[in-house]
Design a protein around this ligand. Structure first.
Ligand SMILES: *Cc1c(COP(=O)(O)O)cnc(C)c1O
Length: 384
């Protein structure tokens, strides 16, 4: 069966007279019929924190999507990344983290891991097989994210996984939504998603998913989650499962919209560069083409100008693009960002302002018309 078909059918009630969707099963206390059953703790779950049948339905669906042996759900995308790292990063170990990691992950490394005796080294996302030279005896984990946050460098994940050998590679797979990139099939140990983004798809829920290639790694992750007291709401889990049904459909549309916007922006005189892996002009376009089956709706542009007057007028003149963090919903967004402050292994010396766009599901002509009028207003009112 094709993926679209599988995602329509996985994690649903299968027998008897039934609803299309699984119920939202809420619960903290799990009750046992008698003393012996209680002592045996026969069920894999004996407390609601371990999850309910609703959680199982989403885990089953994500396992299908990511080709995973085991899935753990966490309270947010950030908690999913931190928890996966924590499962391996013990005091005295060393971890390698891509320089273009989602910035709050860097904060976790700097402000939480380092003070607890974990060595954290950031590496150039384009390192490829060169990661071999960075690996030490104490290296416990290699964290990747492809394409990188804000600047969209595509990593050579198969090369990194091969060079890593037995060292687990974690992949932040949020951009591809689990549909366009299959890291576990390249040999990565763990694929992580902020389900907050495309899986949920409506900007109304927080959830993280950790998909493990092997049952053994999955057990380690689940145990770490339990030791840390991780719990997720069945209502949020249900909301994400509902989003997942239309995930491939929405992603294909976000891809079309994103490419159309990127091409339109690339032709504008106000734009110096478009950072979109699906464009032929992207430096790792060939890598993207080899490893990904599509592009989502998130990309960046670098404007010709970097003066705040122009940027402010442009952003404040937009009517259809929201100004805010996160992405992956049905709506378009435009966010100014300053990557220089969140890079240490590589440098970011660009004069023009970086703007990150999320291409939503609005009509494309409305989206380009809105950009055109905002560029016009900014150019008139903020002459250089
Ligand atoms: C948003 C994001 C996260 C964090 O997800 P939250 O659910 O907002 O905590 C992690 N990784 C990437 C790449 C993201 O864009």
């Amino acid at each position: 069966m094709k993926e679209d078909t599988k995602l329509c059918h996985v994690g649903r009630p299968r027998e008897g007279v039934r609803m299309v969707n699984p119920p939202v099963e809420r619960g903290s206390t799990v009750m046992f019929p008698d003393y012996d059953t209680f002592r045996e703790r026969k069920r894999p779950r004996y407390y609601g924190r371990h999850g309910t049948d609703t959680h199982d339905a989403l885990k089953e669906a994500v396992a299908e999507l990511e080709s995973a042996a085991s899935v753990t759900l966490t309270s947010s995308g950030l908690s999913a990344v931190c928890l996966a790292i924590l499962a391996f990063a013990e005091p005295g170990t060393d971890i390698l983290v891509t320089d273009t990691t989602y910035d709050p992950v860097r904060s976790f490394c700097e402000q939480f891991l380092k003070p607890r005796g974990v060595s954290v080294r950031y590496y150039d996302p384009l390192v490829g097989t060169g990661i071999k030279d960075l690996i030490r005896r104490e290296t416990a984990l290699i964290h990747t994210e492809s394409p990188g946050s804000l600047t969209f460098e595509v990593q050579d994940l198969p090369a990194i996984c091969e060079a890593a050998g037995n060292i687990p590679v974690t992949v932040d797979n949020t951009w591809g939504g689990g549909v366009f990139l299959k890291p576990l099939e390249f040999g990565a140990a763990i694929s992580i998603q902020a389900a907050t983004k495309y899986m949920g798809g409506h900007s109304d829920v927080f959830l993280g998913t950790i998909a493990s290639r092997t049952e053994k790694v999955g057990q380690k992750i689940f145990k770490t989650a339990q030791l840390l007291g991780n719990a997720t709401s069945p209502d949020d889990v249900y909301t994400v499962l509902r989003g997942l049904r239309t995930l491939p459909l929405r992603l294909r549309e976000h891809e079309r919209q994103g490419l159309a916007l990127a091409r339109w922006l690339e032709a504008r005189p106000e734009v110096a560069k478009v950072l979109h892996p699906g464009l032929e002009s992207h430096p790792q376009h060939a890598l993207w083409k080899r490893d990904f089956s599509g592009a989502s709706g998130l990309f960046s542009v670098i404007l010709e100008r970097g003066d705040e007057g122009f940027v402010r007028k442009f952003i404040d003149s937009l009517n259809l693009y929201g100004l805010g963090y996160s992405w992956g919903g049905y709506e378009s967004l435009c966010l100014p960002a300053w990557p220089k402050s969140c890079r240490s292994a590589t440098s970011w010396d660009v004069d023009g302002q970086l703007l990150r766009f999320h291409a939503g599901l609005e009509a494309i002509d409305d989206l380009t018309n809105d950009l055109a009028q905002a560029f016009d207003k900014a150019s008139v009112e903020a002459r250089p």
